[in-house]
Design a binder for this molecule. Structure first.
Ligand SMILES: *Cc1c(COP(=O)(O)O)cnc(C)c1O
Length: 394
């Protein structure tokens, strides 16, 4: 089977992990901060906080932005469920903004219209989570302008988009958001096994997320609320002293995982260029088929986490037939995404078909074709030929 996505682990990665296993720290030790600093430097963000997943990072980011029961978070239906679930973990309400039929990202027009209605109804969101779908950056500077106008905070879900850029600005710089979240799951751009990271330019948000990551505990004397009185003899503060100041979690990444991430990060540019090169090959090979191919806005460089095509005028049945046929031929065709609002859990909260028609049409017609740095051109030719046959001889 040619999978839709796959990690690329090399000998240097393996040696980096083994070196940690021979060293003193297995859990959060010296490698985690090195990995944080390296990613922050690459993305041009001031602060980075590593987590054991993007899901944990999204949860901590929402809490740090003070998302509370009764508050509202908006995201897109065309995403993984974690982009919405983070709000539910805070007891907040979720709503969705439909996608743009051209970019398959959050529609700025829909967002603006929904904000106007919400302002009249008194239902404005506290946090909005745009998702860089498939690695293509959102129209983030426009979403940011709306956040200034309507007073909401922004978390970019950049799980697909490490290495992408918009107007030359790397995704993760947080120029147009409060926090950017990355995922290092094996299918994503670089991997740590499980892992994630939150980037921000706000030192207070970074400190809050770091505390939430580790039980709400701080060991930083500058942050103590009830430190023991100094001895008056110039002695240092008690080295064993720490404070739990809020209710946190164990969301920590380990040095073992961070070593893999740090080693992978060295090949980020190679991974993203290879993904872009393979995407342009698909673009040429799939010309003329009854498909909509992915577009990249001129202002953007996509990280091409996913190569998604859409069947023209398809309903779910046609897509099922094509995907099943591809899988029978050993091609791991997949779907990104079944709309989040139609998941049984979200239907249980009252969401229904017809509410977000563009995301629903996408969810019925999209097929994710294999794309990853180790995909060989011969394998890619096989994928394109199989899809051509299924679409032209049926
Ligand atoms: C993968 C993914 C996540 C979750 O990432 P984990 O690191 O697996 O928790 C969240 N959002 C999007 C858009 C994703 O693709």
């Amino acid at each position: 089977m040619i999978p839709y996505a796959r990690q690329q682990v090399d000998q240097a990665d393996i040696e980096a992990v083994v070196a940690v296993l021979r060293a003193d720290f297995l859990t959060q030790g010296p490698v985690v901060p090195r990995f944080e600093q390296a990613v922050a430097a690459r993305a041009r963000a001031a602060h980075a906080v590593a987590f054991n997943s993007a899901t944990s990072a999204l949860h901590a980011a929402c809490l740090a932005l003070n998302l509370r029961p009764g508050d509202r978070l908006w995201t897109v239906p065309n995403t993984f469920v974690a982009s919405a679930n983070c709000a539910r973990h805070c007891g907040a309400l979720v709503d969705f903004v439909d996608i743009d039929p051209a970019t398959w990202n959050m529609s700025v027009t829909e967002l603006q219209a929904k904000l106007l209605r919400a302002q009249r109804d008194g239902t404005l969101p506290k946090v909005v989570v745009p998702v860089h779908f498939g690695g293509q950056p959102t129209e983030q500077e426009q979403i940011h302008a709306l956040s200034c106008e309507y007073g909401f905070r922004l978390i970019e879900d950049a799980s697909h988009a490490l290495g992408a850029a918009r107007h030359g600005e790397p995704v993760g710089s947080c120029r147009w958001s409060d926090v950017t979240v990355l995922s290092f799951h094996p299918v994503k751009i670089i991997t740590t096994g499980e892992g994630g990271m939150a980037l921000t330019n706000d030192a207070e948000l970074a400190a809050a997320m770091a505390m939430l990551r580790s039980h709400g505990v701080t060991r930083d004397p500058r942050r103590f609320e009830r430190a023991p009185l100094p001895q008056g003899d110039g002695a240092p503060p008690d080295p064993w002293y720490y404070e739990q100041q809020l209710l946190g979690f164990n969301f920590r990444l380990t040095d073992i995982h961070a070593a893999l991430g740090l080693s992978q990060l060295e090949r980020l540019e190679e991974f993203v260029s290879r993904r872009n090169a393979l995407a342009s090959r698909y673009q040429k090979m799939l010309q003329g088929l009854p498909l909509r191919l992915p577009t990249v806005q001129p202002a953007n460089r996509s990280a091409f986490h996913l190569y998604v095509v859409r069947l023209n005028g398809a309903d779910g049945d046609v897509r099922r037939r094509v995907c099943t046929a591809l899988r029978r031929r050993g091609i791991g065709a997949n779907v990104h995404y079944l709309p989040v609002h139609l998941q049984p859990y979200y239907r249980g909260l009252g969401f229904r078909e017809g509410q977000f028609p563009e995301a629903e049409a996408h969810g019925e017609s999209a097929i994710t074709l294999p794309l990853y740095p180790g995909l060989e051109e011969a394998q890619q030719d096989e994928v394109a030929a199989a899809l051509r046959q299924e679409l032209t001889h049926s």
